[in-house]
Design a protein around this ligand. Structure first.
Ligand SMILES: [Zn+2]
Length: 277
């Protein structure tokens, strides 16, 4: 893993979300967890070298951020919408999908039970562990339940998937206008070093590029609607965007389906049929 500061370690190069942990004077706090169970066990061994695990914080409701929680024995903290989404997940389907990620996974998924958040917040909360302060700030955008996790003493913020750094942006359930506001909220944070939901560590200079891509998606979908295309036609004729960025690690071949899901969601958003699951 990459040591980002004195106490922050991150992993941005494996399948699943970019995640990390913080070492404090009273144990370790992880932020998000690996998508693959075998990676979760590797992280668990690494964390154990630094002290007892106190808490896991999840930054958003997608499975690539919380599947690995199950392999740790620590309470999870997240937005209340993250808890609800995990509890509402069809676990049989979820486990079947994750089992395809590698040869080691099926065995590790036997008897899988998610470690869902037991401490939840709505607009935000502050957690003190040892000498460290973790500030969670609700920032809807990529989904309705995103949070930025700010490590005050380290100058680092985990942004969740409100930032995809130089990899394809997933807007499959996004509210693009709230997302643009979230990017402005990130710009106003004290923290200057960002661990994005996907991609390598970045800084505030990337926010304008992320915003421009969301603006481009908005314009592209609005244009399809203005030209009278039905949702199916708009999805069918979607040609742009696919090659703009590479897909994140482990997402090869998924670009066309992600683009279609992005289009379907934004079409609903601009035609007034948007609902957040
Ligand atoms: Zn996500």
């Amino acid at each position: 893993m990459q040591q980002l500061t004195r106490n922050v370690f991150v992993e941005t190069q494996i399948r699943g979300c970019s995640h990390g942990f913080v070492t404090t004077s009273d144990g370790v706090v992880t932020i998000d967890s690996p998508h693959k169970p075998s990676d979760a066990l590797r992280l668990k061994a690494e964390v154990a070298k630094h002290g007892p695990l106190r808490y896991i914080i999840n930054a958003e409701p997608h499975g690539d951020h919380w599947t690995g929680n199950a392999y740790f024995d620590a309470p999870v903290i997240a937005h209340e919408g993250v808890r609800r989404r995990i509890l509402d997940t069809n676990m049989e389907e979820h486990v079947a999908r994750v089992a395809t990620f590698g040869p080691e996974e099926p065995k590790l998924l036997e008897g899988y039970r998610p470690n869902a958040p037991v401490i939840t917040f709505r607009s935000g909360m502050t957690l003190h562990v040892g000498n460290h302060t973790f500030q969670m700030i609700h920032m809807p955008g990529h989904t309705a339940y995103q949070a930025a996790i700010c490590i005050k003493e380290e100058g680092v913020a985990f942004t969740s998937d409100n930032i995809f750094h130089k990899v394809q942006t997933w807007l499959q359930e996004a509210n693009p206008d709230l997302w643009l506001l979230a990017l402005e909220s990130l710009r106003r944070l004290d923290e200057e070093v960002f661990v994005p939901g996907h991609g390598a560590v970045c800084g505030k200079d990337y926010l304008s590029e992320q915003a421009a891509f969301i603006e481009e998606w908005k314009a592209y979908v609005k244009n399809a609607i203005d030209r009278g295309m039905t949702k199916d036609e708009a999805i069918e004729r979607l040609t742009a965007m696919t090659d703009r960025y590479p897909m994140d690690v482990g997402q090869d071949g998924m670009a066309p389906s992600v683009m279609k899901r992005n289009m379907a969601n934004l079409y609903d958003y601009f035609s007034g049929n948007h609902r957040s699951p």
